[in-house]
Design a protein around this ligand. Sequence first.
Ligand SMILES: [Ca+2]
Ligand SMILES: [Ca+2]
Length: 125
Amino acid sequence: MRVMMGVIAAGLIVAGCGDKDAQRAEADAGAVGFVPPSVTSRLDFGASMERRFRTLDRNADDRITKDELPSPNARIKAFDRNKDGVITEVEWSEGTLRWFDRMDLNHDGTVTSEERAEARKREGR
Ligand SMILES: [Ca+2]
Ligand SMILES: [Ca+2]
């Protein structure tokens, strides 16, 4: 019985450490900012954007309110489909994936640095 308890305790400790590592990795990602790789798959893009959402959502209520936006950002505002001034998690993921699909000029499910640059040019940024 004592051995069993030991094993369970060890398991809990290991699980706890894993969580902390993941949290630290996310904190690091937030600290260096969002740096996209040169070829981004739709899945990776979604995951990066999910992390970005978490970073922006400072009070962790799963909504990005006006005061949580870094600066007036037309693209992010466009995610707010029902125009209530709040971007929900669903609006965010739909909006970011629509944005990805617009950048993915040859529709192969990845966005290269070139496609990204092209998209920036088209949007006049
Ligand atoms: Ca929020
Ligand atoms: Ca909304």
